[in-house]
Design a protein around this ligand. Sequence first.
Ligand SMILES: Cc1cc2nc3c(=O)[nH]c(=O)nc-3n(C[C@H](O)[C@H](O)[C@H](O)COP(=O)(O)OP(=O)(O)OC[C@H]3O[C@@H](n4cnc5c(N)ncnc54)[C@H](O)[C@@H]3O)c2cc1C
Ligand SMILES: Cc1cc2nc3c(=O)[nH]c(=O)nc-3n(C[C@H](O)[C@H](O)[C@H](O)COP(=O)(O)O)c2cc1C
Length: 697
Amino acid sequence: MRRFLLLYATQRGQAKAIAEEISEKAVTYGFSADLYCISESDKYDLKTETAPLVMVVSTTGNGDPPDTARKFVKAIQDKTLPPDFLAHLRYGLLGLGDSEYTYFCNGGKVIDKRLQELGAQRFYNTGHADDCVGLELVVEPWINGLWAALEKHFLLNRGREDTSETLTMASHASQRTDPLKPELLHVESQVGLLRLDDSRGKAAEVLEQNAVNSSQSSTLIADFEASLTCSVPPLSQASLNIPALPLEYLEVHLEEALGQEESHASVSSVDPVFHVPISKAVQLTTNDAIKTTLLIELDVSKTDFSYQPGDAFNVICPNSDSEVQFLLQRLQLADRREHRVAVMIKADTRKKGAALPEHVPERCSLHFLLTWCLEIRAVPKKAFLRALADHTGDSAERRRLQELCSRQGAADYARFVRDAGACLSDLLRAFPSCQPPLGLLLEHLPKLQPRPYSCASSSLFHPGKLHFIFNIVEFLSNTTEVVLRRGVCTGWLATLVESILQPYTCANHADGKKALAPKISISPRTTNSFHLPNDPSVPIIMVGPGAGVAPFIGFLQHREKLQERHPGGRFGATWLFFGCRHKERDYLFRDELRHFLKCGVLTHLEVSFSRDAAVGEEEGPAKYVQDSLQHHSKQVAGVLLQESGYIYVCGDAKNMAKDVHDALVEIISRETGVEKLEAMKTLATLKEEKRYLQDIW
Ligand SMILES: Cc1cc2nc3c(=O)[nH]c(=O)nc-3n(C[C@H](O)[C@H](O)[C@H](O)COP(=O)(O)OP(=O)(O)OC[C@H]3O[C@@H](n4cnc5c(N)ncnc54)[C@H](O)[C@@H]3O)c2cc1C
Ligand SMILES: Cc1cc2nc3c(=O)[nH]c(=O)nc-3n(C[C@H](O)[C@H](O)[C@H](O)COP(=O)(O)O)c2cc1C
């Protein structure tokens, strides 16, 4: 069999799942993949690798490669490596990302670029899959095209060293598909991480395409009422290309409980887990605000948990009890909810490298497994639909599930499953005769991820306490029936603190309702560089609309204590650009900010209200933080370019961070009289120097 090396670099498992799919399909095409996580560096050696390399690499943080790839990236970035170090290597790379982030697919791009610099050559075009519009739009054609590229590679290399034909093909092809405009290529190498490719435009194009498709199909809906459960011609009459049935590999037994209770600490986590009481909960917004923002205070005094303002931490959260109950009922396992789940690899499985899922703790109860370990809200992938089809008794329902995972049904999958945010429960509701075994859920549902939150306090100001704030996520789901759903974590937290919740107006005067103090589990996150400058005389600009203000409250509390301790000390200017919808409804921390302003900890407070017509005392005509920055163009440029100041941006990654980025480019360009590209380079330098810091989600 023709062998290739298949490496994946994943943060949350998607790259791994895609690599596994490639590995499974390879056999059908007469190839065999040696599949490894990129961190398993003892299992492969690129220096001596003669087989082609296929990589699937996601992006995390702010354009960073996944944690599992850190060692790899560090190793290939060794400046002492000669430019022909990997000249023998032929590779194909699939990057995963989300074009809503500034540095689209940057994890993959960094590796791709460095492999090229070390002489490695592509045997197949790089793909950049976008989670924002659906990874499968790129992943599926990329995988489909991989086999021909491998075929050609092996053909050309049969019995000879010369691969020039392949290389010509690859480099032509890469020119065709590389999103970078050729004239900008040289700039990219200088600008480094800066976003120059128009990934946003590309995403918009795909979205537009989708919009066209969906407007076409909405005509169809009006005529024929296509839905999650029902297809219309031509799909309903088409012969289907459906994916191969994923190989089942887990065997699950349920055993009578022995009576031990598992703790949340048994939820798999590499970091230490702290079980801490909630000591206070405050509603920061009024009841008529569009979004509800809550503050939770945790008592960490009896733990070793420590943090600096600017850090974030993880909240370990469960799935909603009613959703878990529904699944138990639907799987006909309600009476066995306390049974222990024993999982093992099927003795006769044909799945290569089958391994027990790391996120399933040993012998936990069924109820615990569904509540704390599996992301039951995850949008089912096509492979899952394919597997579900084989456990569906009714032939019409089975056909519809097959359609949804078929090549011909791609648009319906995008519309009724992915874009609708359908989850397993929605499918089980929609397809009543579908009765999957528990093992299938373990094979296909990803790990329930803890949710990160930024610390919104300083331990100097609130010793032994940790504050964080969040918007309660709410959205309408209408896959089978229209229901209001809440985010997994924020919905759970909101319910948990209901009985102790205080309105903002009373919160600073009372010491928290002492009713009951529910406990939650948290874990620290590896430290980042989103911290105050070591030198307090350096001026800082903080940009944090909405819940993005969280870390800056911590910064300002910290500064207040430092200023109290060092009354004669030199403290630089502190600017805060805050934004919300309405002054009277969601102006978070209004009293605290006024206090910081009054005592001089905050030297400039600029607040923009996007939905208020009236102009009040603190706000200018700016609608959004980026407008407000533009209004202070001179001062902003002065702080960053003359006074060696810092700029911090926190909050919404989807729009705000990009708009702020663009505003900064304009400001630098205007104030220094340089072209936009030059301004982008200046901003990239600030980023490299860690003076332009983002904490965006
Ligand atoms: C480093 C970091 C720091 C962060 N700090 C903060 C912070 O300080 N404050 C804060 O509020 N958040 C913060 N976040 C975001 C936070 O971690 C969570 O992502 C957020 O609170 C939502 O979690 P959830 O479980 O309630 O929502 P989830 O259940 O995970 O839902 C996530 C999103 O998907 C959407 N969604 C899900 N299903 C559907 C569907 N069927 N239809 C339509 N939409 C759907 C929801 O609208 C929601 O936006 C941070 C994130 C990171 C990475
Ligand atoms: C916290 C977080 C940060 C992310 N940062 C980026 C980013 O900077 N650039 C990007 O293109 N995609 C980013 N993404 C999107 C992921 O790369 C994308 O969803 C990918 O499919 C995840 O694959 P994985 O599960 O293998 O890690 C981010 C996703 C998360 C959850």
